[in-house]
Ligand binder design. Structure first.
Ligand SMILES: CC(C)(COP(=O)(O)OP(=O)(O)OC[C@H]1O[C@@H](n2cnc3c(N)ncnc32)[C@H](O)[C@@H]1OP(=O)(O)O)[C@@H](O)C(=O)NCCC(=O)NCCS
Length: 166
């Protein structure tokens, strides 16, 4: 298994991987939009074919933050460390690129292994439902200063309200 930056040749297979990893959510539009952007770090795990993917969208002042998501590993390859390896490879590249803080909306029981903690200062673009308490999280990279408090500015693909609601 190799983790590398996503290539144009991966696109069709990645767009087919997401409905398998997320059978109850349609992430095709946001993934397709993120794959086209230069402000997105997109990494693919490859073992012959793509078997996992993560995107990090640069955001905030001077693009010093990044939003992690989505993250998907094909069902046949889950629980083998691939998701963890994708996130850690992303952190290494983002740190080199000057990113201070990474945000995620996700299950704390998964993301706490990377040092993510509930974020109360920087806000997501839309208010989240009460049942998602604790799901909005962040981690500071390499002990660098956090982003200023307030709503996080994100590019257009993330301003679809349905991405921030059950
Ligand atoms: C979540 C996901 C990206 C993790 O990738 P992975 O390669 O399977 O996970 P890893 O091998 O790195 O880590 C395995 C650990 O994650 C846990 N885990 C897997 N899916 C999880 C989930 N949806 N929620 C919480 N924990 C999860 C496993 O229980 C295991 O825990 P352990 O290390 O304490 O035993 C992958 O399982 C996936 O694509 N799931 C479906 C899509 C999804 O839910 N993505 C969003 C994540 S919020």
């Amino acid at each position: 298994m190799e983790i590398r930056e996503t290539r144009a040749v991966d696109r069709t297979k990645l767009l087919a991987l997401y409905p398998k990893a997320f059978p109850e959510e349609d992430l095709t539009a946001v993934v397709a939009a993120l794959l086209d952007r230069e402000d997105v770090l997109s990494l693919t795990a490859v073992a012959g074919d793509p078997i996992g993917h993560v995107a990090f969208t640069r955001c905030g002042p001077d693009r010093s933050g990044a939003l992690l998501g989505p993250l998907a590993v094909s069902p046949d390859n889950q629980a083998a460390g691939i998701g963890t390896a994708l996130v850690r490879a992303g952190f290494d590249r983002l740190t080199e690129g000057g990113v201070h803080q990474v945000f995620v909306l996700g299950d704390p029981s998964y993301y706490q292994r990377f040092g993510f903690e509930a974020e109360h200062s920087v806000e997501p673009p839309y208010a989240l439902p009460a049942e998602w308490d604790g799901a909005w999280q962040s981690v500071s990279l390499a002990g660098r200063a956090p982003l200023p408090a307030g709503p996080l500015s994100l590019p257009a693909p993330w301003m679809d309200r349905s991405l921030w609601a059950p």
